[in-house]
Design a protein around this ligand. Structure first.
Ligand SMILES: Cc1ncc(COP(=O)(O)O)c(C=O)c1O
Length: 388
């Protein structure tokens, strides 16, 4: 099935009933399920494919979301979590042991970067950061203790795209698992498992949910055995998705293909406008030919996304002044909703980074991150124009 069809025709797991089925996925807002047979209950607590038992372990609404996203990503199975960070921490804690080593791309979401730093301090997990564009750099970074290669398809906030098709085989040959955060690309623009990744991560809070009304995450596994192993860890970790959040995400996902097309069309218009504006020093949309990741992204993604950065010529003070003057556009964290939002990473999402770390991650002090929504582009340009 094409993604456009898959998101609409979600298979609802319902008890067998004669003659009809619900058009929408039912919301199973229940913490637990009742059993007649204690042996069936006991068995269901040991595996993800037994009877639905307890919503921290399995839930039909959550399962419908997991199966839909696993299918979109061409994975074997998925685990839905309470947030994107829930999925990232579930994986990093579940895959790593003290003394292990991670190779990660330098340009990463600030929360992921902070988690890697934290794991390093708490458990002695070594982290080596690489550019993501150079196969030799990865080969040199891999140690006997390396367990995970961690990438973002289109990075937050700089739009960096690592050369996944070149890196994944090197990781696999060394017995290293490739984990890719596909939040910015969504399975519509990129499917990392098809390019050799072992696990894909999503913040469903963003484009999957798509309406700024739900917090959620997912981990999608290429391999069924790895999914089962992580399911057992997830039951202990306790960051399971709430059924209502899963239901909202599924509802939002029905329009994901339509929204992504419009988000990206608008992003191209906004990037072009900013590029021509004298108050803007640089525009870092991956879709522009001068973006350092443009060539690699063009090779294996089918789009460039709609969240990107631009630098104001006036630096930090200009960025703060600009973000107070916008009207229609909201000054807000997160991204991927229908309305356009922007923020100033140096003082917000990446505040954990000192000046050197900011520079290493490619984040300027006058840099604004914009997540272009699905409004009429003329209204967006009018608001940006007056604020600039
Ligand atoms: C690329 C990326 N991954 C993960 C996360 C974390 O997701 P959540 O906020 O749902 O925990 C974010 C949040 O901004 C993100 O941008």
């Amino acid at each position: 099935m094409h993604p456009e069809t898959r998101v609409v025709h979600v298979v609802a797991p319902v008890p067998a009933a004669a003659g009809s089925r619900p058009m929408a996925v039912p919301l199973y807002q229940t913490s637990s399920f009742a059993f007649d047979d204690p042996a069936v209950l006991a068995d269901s607590m040991t595996r993800p494919d037994g009877a639905f038992v307890y919503s921290r372990m399995t839930n039909p609404t959550v399962r419908a979301l997991e199966e839909t996203v696993a299918a979109l990503e061409n994975g074997a199975a998925a685990l839905a979590t309470s947030s994107g960070m829930g999925a990232i921490n579930l994986l990093l804690h579940g895959l790593l042991r003290s003394g292990d080593h991670v190779v990660a791309q330098r340009s990463l979401y600030g929360g992921t970067y902070a988690t890697l730093q934290d794991l390093s301090v708490r458990y002695g997990i070594g982290v080596t950061y690489i550019s993501g564009h150079d196969a030799e750099e990865l080969r040199a970074a891999i140690r006997p203790t390396t367990r995970v290669l961690y990438l973002e398809t289109i990075s937050n906030p700089t739009g960096h795209v690592s050369d996944l098709p070149a890196l994944a085989p090197i990781a696999r040959a060394a017995g290293v698992l490739t984990v890719v955060d596909n939040t910015f690309a969504t399975p519509l623009l990129g499917r990392p498992i098809e390019q050799g990744a072992d696990i894909v991560v999503h913040s469903a809070t963003k484009y999957l949910g798509g309406h700024s009304d739900v917090t959620g995450g997912l981990a999608v596994f290429a391999d069924e055995d790895r999914y089962r192993e992580m399911w057992e860890h997830a039951v202990e970790f306790g960051a399971a998705a709430d059924p209502f959040a899963a239901w909202l995400t599924l509802r939002g996902m029905q329009t994901l293909p339509l929204r992504m097309r419009r988000h990206e069309e608008n992003a191209a218009v906004v990037a072009g406008f900013l590029n021509d504006h004298p108050a803007v020093a640089a525009v870092r949309w991956t879709g522009l030919a001068d973006h350092p990741s443009h060539a690699v992204a063009s090779r294996f993604l089918s789009g460039f996304g709609a969240t990107f950065c631009f630098d104001l010529a006036g630096g930090y003070d200009a960025a703060v002044a600009f973000s107070t003057k916008i009207g229609l556009i909201s000054l807000a964290p997160s991204l991927g909703g229908t309305g356009t939002v922007l923020m100033h990473p140096a003082s917000t999402s990446h505040r954990q980074l000192d000046e050197d770390e900011l520079a290493a991650a490619g984040i300027g002090t006058g840099m604004i991150r914009i997540a272009v929504g699905i409004e009429h582009p003329d209204d967006l340009l009018a608001d940006l124009g007056q604020a600039l």
